[in-house]
Design a protein around this ligand. Sequence first.
Ligand SMILES: Cc1ncc(COP(=O)(O)O)c(C=O)c1O
Length: 385
Amino acid sequence: MIYADYNGSAPICEDVKEYFIKRLQDGPFANPNSIHRLGTKVLTAMENSRAICAKTLGAKYTQVIFNSGATEGITQVFHSVLDSAKDDGQNIVITSGIEHSAVINCAKFYVNKGYTHKIVPTLSNGVIDFDQLKEWLKEFKGRIALVAIMAANNETGVIQPFEEIASICTKNEVPFLCDTTQFIGKCHFDFQKTNIDYAVTSGHKFGALTGTGILLAKHPGKLHPLVIGGGQEKGIRGGTQNYLGYETLAVALDSFTKNAGKYEDLKVKRLEFEKEIKKRFPQVVILGEDAPRVCSTTYISYPGVHGQAVQIELESSDIFVTTSSACSDNEPVTSKVLKAMGVSDEVGRGVVRISLGHCSPLESYDKILEALTNAYEKLGKIKSY
Ligand SMILES: Cc1ncc(COP(=O)(O)O)c(C=O)c1O
């Protein structure tokens, strides 16, 4: 079996599995807020995990807020920043058109509350139009409440100029939320160096337990709790902490740091794979190919062959990829990310996303190459649209 949907959710990584099994056997289990000895032990383990996460992500210990994942972090930042910004004359929210729906739907929520949502265009290579963003920051000076742009796209893997965005937002005193969900655990990330105001991620994208995540905040005191509760996470996120889950965040991030070199090997192997599949099928298109991409994602299309059909073919060889196209009436449609890049339906309906991680054996690409070749040879003869 080859699991090639890491961008959807990564399997629990080996280091985490080993740690967690032992942790479940050994305990202790207690409420980290209890003052007895077991509670204190649990609290210490959780706070050690916070320190490891902070160190790995280049953040201060106090800037790490544990939560359930990126969706929660994004929602909390939107609510914290936008609940009052309009009263100060800042009524514009800027996002790109390739953001995850967790961001887009928050922006839409605030449009209903009187905000204007401006969408930065995306260039055909999958990178946002930074010049347009710069112009808007000038044109709407003093009126922008929040800029929310991702670090790496979940479909294409294309890396956005988030460090430049952070620096220009800082210069213009505009809060910048960077969705780092697809970047953390694949690339080295340094929160303080980048000068981002808020960054979010989900543990299940990099081998920790599902339902865990991190919100990094330059100034945590500016955040309002979404869940009020009893003052946990310094009053920023109420409710008894998922301490076992948070411990896995630290183990997974530590495992990523130790295995960072594997990503370099993966990158070389992926490029070989892409080169070879293009040689065999010159009509295939690799989306975002010319832009900087995370090293483990290939978003590939054989125009005229449904991505879903390719996915099913690969699944019959026990290879799990995804198409990411939304479906209406069983008709795959071009995703909003590809539409934002100006990709035609001919290409857009044919995509599959192959995404691996540092735990994937390098030979996975050899097996995927052969299975994809078989699928394209078979399905290419009976073009489906
Ligand atoms: C870029 C990006 N942002 C946010 C999310 C939301 O993550 P979660 O569903 O874990 O909260 C995802 C998940 O696919 C994602 O890829």
